[in-house]
Design a protein around this ligand. Structure first.
Ligand SMILES: [Zn+2]
Length: 525
């Protein structure tokens, strides 16, 4: 009897040994370790923020940014596939193997004419008229890559199974790529997508908002017949007439459209000179609505208007979809997991200099002067009111994989967006600290899902039974549509040689502010 007990004891011991050697620290300890590791990389995060700020590249032309970020990922053990989905500046960087697969995504493009010296609370461009990070997309990869590198180290050290993927949001300002990513099945094996976007607060959200966030962005090209505008106008057919009649028709019809729609256009080609009947003219429309069926209806109405304009003018029309976006539909389940981490991480400690810059900028533009936010956002249900709202093509991803979109506090509140104003903070301690906070939340949320396959399963159950129960994803792009990869090339070619002189050199300068010789903060006396 005693011998048998002893034998049993050895069996138990043998079974226990391999279990012990694989034992991981618990989740709380791992999260603490991740927070410290992100803090230890503050200089790395700051340099990424500053570097990409100095590249300031418009959508589809993010070549320097793409090279810079993929080099970092490759040097840190990620396998990088470049030029995915037919987009030269896009990539997928992968580390690890097996399930779960956690993907990070964030935008990299900037805004036309938003060049601005960081840390200066009034309009003072680095280069007049040049593009600039007047949306703050320069900070996103710093957030996601910092988190990904910390996770990679921890996965290796603690033998945590799973795969990390890092994506860029190329040409987000053109709503130019995510539908193509989805079409190329880049998210086919992905379990959870953790997106991040610059903001003035730390928070997340879920569900569909009641604002016109989905759209088709389409260019109509009218083709007529050239003629001498005085000598033989009867021989000409004006493509510009067709553009104008389409616009007039649309503006009359606008009265009888749903309140929820938003539509706007710019004439991209109005002909060459008045004495030549324009044989070519073009107009670019955004058709925004609340959901897929209404977006599709609005877009089809636009096509009808274009067709009608050709009948009035004896011209023909062709068209090209150059962007599209489904409205966002983020996962409540994943957001609730993320919210707990947001509350653990909390807001950055702003210095007096940070608050001085924020308040001086708010005063400069005539906005409410209340400085930087000091409290994280609560998790709220989407507003039932129809509100103003822009679009973001990550919407397409959110209908295909459980996804959340973290807002991290790297910018100043009460700014107008898409302008030099929104570039002011983006290579200062405000952006650096906000990005570190964002990286922590990303790392902690990834750990939640990496260590608990059950959470992944629940996120997918919620995705199927609630989130996408009533509507399934159908792309707004057609099978023959191609990404508009030639867009912005001329604009970038014009400014790049001058901009190169201002690229950040971290070997010589601690920060970009130091390189530019800017006193932080610089405010009006
Ligand atoms: Zn954006």
């Amino acid at each position: 009897m005693r011998q048998r007990k002893l034998w049993m004891f050895f069996v138990v011991l043998l079974l226990a040994v391999p279990l012990c050697s694989q034992a991981q620290p618990n989740l709380a300890e791992l999260k603490k370790e991740a927070m410290h590791a992100v803090d230890a990389r503050q200089v790395f995060t700051q340099q990424m923020v500053d570097q990409i700020f100095s590249y300031a590249e418009l959508g589809f032309q993010e070549f320097e940014t793409s090279r810079f970020v993929t080099d970092i990922l490759e040097k840190n053990g990620f396998k990088v596939e470049r030029g995915v989905a037919g987009v030269p500046t896009a990539w997928v960087a992968t580390y690890g193997s097996g399930k779960p697969v956690i993907a990070f995504i964030t935008d990299i493009d900037c805004i036309p004419r938003a060049s601005q010296k960081p840390g200066v609370a009034y309009h003072d461009p680095i280069i007049e008229g040049a593009p600039g990070h007047g949306e703050g997309h320069n900070s996103g990869q710093a957030v996601n890559v910092t988190a990904a590198l910390v996770l990679r180290e921890m996965m290796e050290k603690h033998r945590i199974a799973g795969t990390l993927k890092v994506f860029p949001g190329v040409a987000e300002e053109l709503l130019g790529t995510k539908a193509f990513y989805v079409r190329a099945e880049l998210f086919k094996d992905v379990d959870i997508v953790l997106g991040s976007h610059v903001n003035d607060s730390l928070g997340t959200g879920y569900g569909q908002t009641f604002s016109p966030q989905g759209l088709v962005s389409v260019q109509y090209y009218f083709h007529g017949r050239a003629a001498h505008a005085a000598g033989a106008p009867w021989d000409g057919r004006s493509a510009l007439d067709a553009v104008e009649l389409m616009d007039v028709g649309w503006n009359f019809r606008r009265e009888h459209l749903r309140l929820a729609q938003r539509s706007h256009y710019v004439i991209i080609n109005g002909g060459d000179q008045p004495n030549v009947v324009p044989s070519e003219a073009g107009v670019w429309y955004y058709f925004r609505e609340l959901d897929y069926p209404h977006i599709k209806d609005l877009y089809e109405l636009g096509n009808t208007m274009a067709q009608a304009a050709t009948m009035m003018t004896g011209t023909t029309v062709s068209r090209r979809i150059v962007g599209s976006a489904w409205p966002g539909n983020f996962s409540k389940f994943v957001a609730e997991v993320q919210q707990k981490n947001i509350e653990v991480v909390g807001m950055p400690q702003w210095s007096e200099a940070d608050q001085t810059l924020a308040k001086a900028l708010q005063k400069e533009i005539g906005a409410k002067v209340d400085g930087l936010k000091v409290k994280v956002d609560e998790l709220k249900a989407p507003s039932p009111e129809t509100e103003a709202g822009g679009s973001d093509d990550v919407g397409d991803i959110s209908w295909n994989v459980p996804m959340v979109y973290l807002r991290y506090p790297a910018n100043i509140p009460n700014t107008p967006g898409h302008s030099w104003v929104d570039a002011v903070a983006m290579a200062t301690p405000i952006a650096h600290k906000g990005s570190t906070a964002g990286a922590k939340v990303q790392a902690l949320t990834a750990l939640d899902f990496l260590l608990s396959p059950d959470l992944v399963k629940q996120a997918w159950d919620y995705f199927h039974t609630v989130q996408t129960k009533d509507m399934k994803y159908t792309p707004l792009i057609g099978p023959d549509d191609q990404p508009a990869i030639e867009f912005n090339k001329e604009k970038m070619d014009k400014f790049r040689p001058e901009m190169k002189k201002y690229y950040y050199d971290p070997a010589k300068y601690k920060t970009y502010l130091e390189q530019l010789g800017i006193q932080y903060p610089t405010v009006r006396k």
